[in-house]
Write a protein that binds this ligand. Structure first.
Ligand SMILES: [Zn+2]
Length: 81
């Protein structure tokens, strides 16, 4: 037989996003669909690289991401898992 104790848990929920590049912000609703419009990027620079073992993370909106990718000489590969 198991006996349970009821406890209250505090958790963080995403309320808004401010994109690093353009600085725009967006409130997040309970549905969270707005999150589909941004991308979180995490980078780790290797040992001996220009940013030796630094770790960067930033959020970028799709518009800024597409503008950035359009500067590529070669388009990124599109793939499915
Ligand atoms: Zn943007």
């Amino acid at each position: 037989m198991k006996e349970f104790e009821e406890i209250q848990v505090t958790k963080k929920i995403l309320k808004s996003i401010t994109w690093n590049k353009c600085g725009k912000s967006k409130e997040i609703t309970d549905f969270g669909f707005e999150q589909d419009e941004f991308h979180s990027v995490n980078l780790t620079f290797g040992y001996g690289s220009m940013y030796d073992e630094e770790r960067w993370k930033f959020d970028i909106c799709e518009r800024c991401l597409v503008d950035f990718v359009k500067t590529f000489k070669h388009a990124p590969d599109i793939y499915e898992d």
